[in-house]
Design a protein around this ligand. Structure first.
Ligand SMILES: [Zn+2]
Length: 283
């Protein structure tokens, strides 16, 4: 249900949709020409605003673990020298998000719904994939502006004040705004498999996490609503990812790490922190 575009968008779609398409076409051509310097600046500006305004998990054990796991995955990519930063958002919504230039956000709720390290690694590997493939630059450019990253963040976390959340909705519907294309998602899934294997982590956590999401959609739909709005996941995506995992040499797959003691320590710590703040009500 989260995948449906916001009804407001449909109703007022006439000229603004045409305008958006024109802008998207124009920017689609120029997205590749955004310099890496500009890409990093774009991500950093949004990341600074997010850090100043919104609830992030600053507990040192949690923050250090997630940063270290993210770096372990990012280091082996074709863009190891981006200023990679992995941040836990204090939101019980199950979701994750990437800004251009190396800024990855994972919601506390997602980590709390993982059981093993490789599941979290798969999610980080996927978001890293969006950044490495520069989907995140295109996403921001498509939506037309330097502050759009904050609106996107609001669309996937439910932690923002009503004013900013309203901006996200006005920009075209929260779910639609944060959504990558199916092609981009498939590329990020493929990157996730490569990124985990390269880092010595099992890619088997990736389909496990998708399965968790689908189960939650049936049992706790409110917590995954923004996820399904921003990530088209269906059973066939799980099958495709499983197929990619099966393509890994079984002798290698057997020796890859699936869990570690530090992950479980971090999870216990996260669970013991005061509850995430309630999502502010929309006006
Ligand atoms: Zn994605």
């Amino acid at each position: 249900m989260g995948a449906a575009p916001h009804p407001v968008v449909l109703r007022r779609s006439g000229q603004s949709a045409l305008g958006a398409i024109a802008v998207a076409l124009l920017l689609g051509v120029t997205a590749c020409s955004v310099s890496e310097e500009r890409e990093i600046a774009l991500g950093r500006t949004n990341a600074e605003e997010i850090a100043a305004k919104y609830p992030l998990v600053t507990d040192s054990v949690v923050a250090a673990y997630v940063q270290a796991l993210g770096m372990r995955l990012a280091r082996g990519t074709s863009r190891p020298s981006l200023p990679w930063r992995f941040t836990v958002v204090d939101s019980k919504d199950v979701n994750a998000f990437a800004l251009p230039g190396g800024f990855v956000y994972v919601n506390r709720g997602l980590i709390e719904h993982t059981e093993r390290m490789d599941e979290l690694a798969g999610v980080l590997g996927h978001e890293i994939g969006h950044i490495v493939r520069r989907h995140s630059v295109q996403q921001l450019k498509r939506n037309g502006g330097t502050r759009v990253g904050v609106a996107l963040f609001c669309a996937v976390t439910s932690v923002c004040d009503s004013h900013t959340a309203r901006i996200a909705i006005d920009l075209g519907g929260a779910a639609w705004l944060a959504r990558h294309s199916r092609v981009a998602e498939a590329e990020a899934d493929s990157e996730a498999v490569a990124n985990t294997v390269r880092a010595g982590v099992s890619p088997e956590g990736i389909p496990v996490m998708f399965q968790t999401m689908l189960t939650m959609r049936a049992n706790e739909p409110g917590l995954v609503q923004t996820f399904f709005g921003s990530h088209p996941v269906e059973e066939d995506r799980i099958a495709t990812t499983r197929h990619l995992v099966e393509g890994v040499d079984p002798r290698i797959l057997r020796i890859l790490e699936r869990d570690d003691a530090d992950f479980q320590t971090m999870k216990r710590r996260l669970t013991s922190l005061p509850k995430s703040p309630a999502a502010p009500a929309l006006p």
